[in-house]
Design a protein around this ligand. Sequence first.
Ligand code: NAD
Length: 506
Amino acid sequence: MQPFLTRLGLVASNPGAAAGAFIDTKGREVASVDPATGDVIASVRLASRADYETVVAAAEKAFVKWRMVPAPQRGEIVRQIAEALRAHKDDLGRLVTLEVGKLLSEGLGEVQEGIDVCDYAVGLSRSMAGLTLHSERPNHRMYEQWHPLGLVGVITAFNFPHAVWAWNSMLGLVCGDAVVWKPSIKAPLTAIATHKICEEVLAKHGHSGVFGLVIGEDKEVGEAMIHDHRFPLISATGSTRMGKIVGKAVAERLGRSLLELGGNNAIIVNKDADLDLALRAVAFGAVGTAGQRCTSTRRLYLHEDIADTFLTRLVKVYGSIKIGNPQEDGVLCGPLIDEDAVRMYEHAVKTAQEQGGKLLYGGERLPGGAGKGTYVKPSIVACSEAIAMSREETFAPILYVFRFKDVDDAIDRNNAVVQGLSSSMFTDSFRAAETFLSARGSDCGIANINIGTSGAEIGGAFGGEKETGGGRESGSDSWKAYMRRQTCTMNWGKDLPLAQGVKFDI
Ligand code: NAD
């Protein structure tokens, strides 16, 4: 075992964590595999339904105490969690890289994102505010206040095994909620290490159980969580397929769901764009993280005046990108998460060609170190809207390229897919940029000018429209999703006037 794994406390851990203690579960053992080499890093035993009950019961109990802690004091504990994450940033970032195959700078960046959200949440803890309103009745005061919501169930995808949890949990924590996390079983070690770091801080303050962790099968614990009335909010990040199941289950019990689902993000490069900027953004968006970000660039719309020049340069850049173990210097494209992902990549490239797409680059699997690892060549496919494959999200580095003559048409085509997460336009035209950002412009949750689709800062609300699910997390007023709103009216007079002039004199 590598020393940093020992430093993170990842030795003989069990996955069901309730009130600080890891449960000695007897569940099935699953291996966490380094996708760069195919080597098993460690194994984890999955939580059973009974373990799930133990964790939720502990969270319920912890919530009763936690909700009464004043928000700024909750913020102080979150500040200390940020300090603990800072102390472990290097080790935790390395673990993210090892477990999901991101570049080390991205692994570290993901932990930094967790720290940033903590800092943001600390500020929120003193600034989450309700409204004071004017009552129509004399000697009455009316106001809105926000209370903790209760238990929040957080379901996360494999590709952001730390940051997405932090977006939800740090906001949930300052809002006074207890948070139970069901991570992807493709990244269990990052979840265990993250949980341990935070639990230590919470336990020091007598709040063990406010964070719970259950690593288990979707059928065994995932389904239990989404149908569980004890969770007023389920925040789920993952594929649209999963979101449709979660959304329906939560809606049936009239709970709230916050869904962050798949994207099919496009960059439009106008004829007046700074092509150097656009080239870097397209390469990072389409190839970075091996195309395994929800915001990865999957479609590229090129103005016909610059299309040939741009494509020639793009193919050259693709040829220069070093693919390999993300722990090695100079590597810019790591592996896909597993064999299933490679199969999906191969299927998509083959199907797109059968539908009429022309492969301009890539399209094949690459051998990893010693014949292992799940590497593919990033692909570029010259395309038209007739190619149905380009309307789907394949979680791999495949870029579908289209041509356009006029900006309005390019915007319409940007919007003509079922997903609505991220979008961007490269242009030096003020009119084109403002059109893209206007109400007739991009219909996505994120719209950028002269910035690619991939990556976002924590200060803005993050999320997308249509089949991306409509949820908003992280910055801005996203905290409101984790609280319940109460409208209060206070009568300090000696009469009982009724609203709307209604009379009821007895
Ligand atoms: P996935 O849908 O396979 O799994 C996501 C999570 O949902 C996992 O924890 C999984 O165990 C859980 N899950 C699946 N079925 C469930 C069920 N029936 N009940 C309860 N839980 C269930 O996704 P993935 O392969 O891990 O991640 C890739 C996907 O996530 C892509 O589609 C990507 O776009 C999306 N994603 C979206 C965002 C965003 O913010 N919009 C961020 C990251 C990833």
